[in-house]
Design a protein around this ligand. Structure first.
Ligand SMILES: C[S@@+](CC[C@H](N)C(=O)[O-])C[C@H]1O[C@@H](n2cnc3c(N)ncnc32)[C@H](O)[C@@H]1O
Length: 299
């Protein structure tokens, strides 16, 4: 893996990637990371399941577990299984990289939230979706990690908490990409070390580029971006999605999510406080209530 002009360090949103020097705006995108396919954990999105790199020996019972998942919906369960397998495999890179991943206590995924925390969520639909997701994960673990499984499976996730942590890593760190191996083009779910340290922004300064010829992922600074030393490097995780989806998958929401604005126009003159109270916004953080100009409401 190569990195240019960046450092990885703790910030307000957990670990993040920061510029270690100024970058003048260039007409062409500039590479800041190169990560080879061999370091990534990859499962194809569609049957037949293909794994890269090929770390699972043929006939290993983890294949049966992966085969028992729903091809349409369970990409995250498959990736979690692969992650747990990689942790267990001697001398695998992910055993070391695991030290950089947030622990269950540090991870804000709602999969790991207690019932008390879920009941405090303002959005009851989100709370019930998360309860369903927690049940789904638990049922999968109970079905798969029953007492009769061979030790080489049992030790991957001895308790449901371990599996649910792996699932939250898969959901909150997966990057969906199309990759080409030889003549084969595949949509894939990937855990990509170092690139998964990039935090999200709706106005990102970086993007991903798959370099087919040598099977590398490049993280690049957008052309024309001026970067100052200490700036955070970010990518856009999800376009066109509202905050409840960000919360569901990543455990955070964004006060500047452009897909979560209430469009309101007309000649009526309404006091801002009355307007906000109609939408029950008064319980939200200060910045919403005082309308710092970040909410796109036209009154
Ligand atoms: C792909 S990881 C990014 C690296 C992560 N910060 C870490 O500590 O390893 C995604 C997680 O980072 C956090 N995150 C990313 N972007 C964020 C943002 N804009 N605001 C708050 N948290 C964010 C969330 O916890 C999310 O689940």
């Amino acid at each position: 893996m190569r990195a240019y002009g960046i450092e990885f360090k703790e910030g307000p949103d957990g670990f993040g990637v920061y510029a270690s020097k100024d970058v003048e705006p260039l007409r062409r995108a500039r590479v800041i990371m190169e990560i080879p396919l061999e370091l990534m954990l990859t499962v194809s999105q569609k049957l037949p399941w293909m794994f890269f790199p090929d770390i699972v020996p043929v006939g290993h019972p983890i294949f049966d577990i992966i085969n028992s998942t729903d091809p349409e919906t369970d990409w995250d369960l498959r990736l979690a299984c692969l992650l747990l397998y990689a942790f267990d495999r001697e001398d695998n890179f992910w055993q070391l990289y695991g030290d950089f991943l947030p622990s269950a206590d540090e991870c804000p995924s709602l999969l790991l939230a207690s019932e008390e925390e879920l009941s405090e969520l303002q959005n009851p639909n989100l709370a019930s979706t998360m309860r369903e997701q927690q049940c789904r994960a638990l049922e999968f673990w109970e079905k798969t990690w029953h007492s009769g499984v061979p030790l080489k499976i049992k030790r991957l996730a001895r308790d449901p908490e371990r599996f649910i942590w792996a699932l939250s890593m898969a959901q909150s760190r997966c990057i969906g990409m199309q990759m080409r191996i030889g003549a084969l083009v595949q949509d894939a779910n990937m855990l990509i070390p170092y690139a998964d340290m990039l935090n999200h922004s709706f106005e990102p300064n970086c993007f991903f580029h798959w370099r087919f010829k040598d099977r590398m992922l490049e993280v690049m600074i957008n052309a024309g971006k001026r970067i100052k030393k200490g700036d955070e490097m970010t990518v856009n995780y999800m376009s066109g999605q509202q905050n409840d989806l960000l919360m569901q998958r990543y455990g955070f929401s964004s006060p500047v999510n452009p897909w979560d604005v209430i469009q309101f126009s007309g000649n009526a003159r309404i006091h801002l406080d009355s307007f906000l109270s109609v939408f029950n916004i008064s319980g939200l953080p200060e910045e919403y209530y005082h309308n710092t100009g970040r909410l796109s409401i036209v009154i």
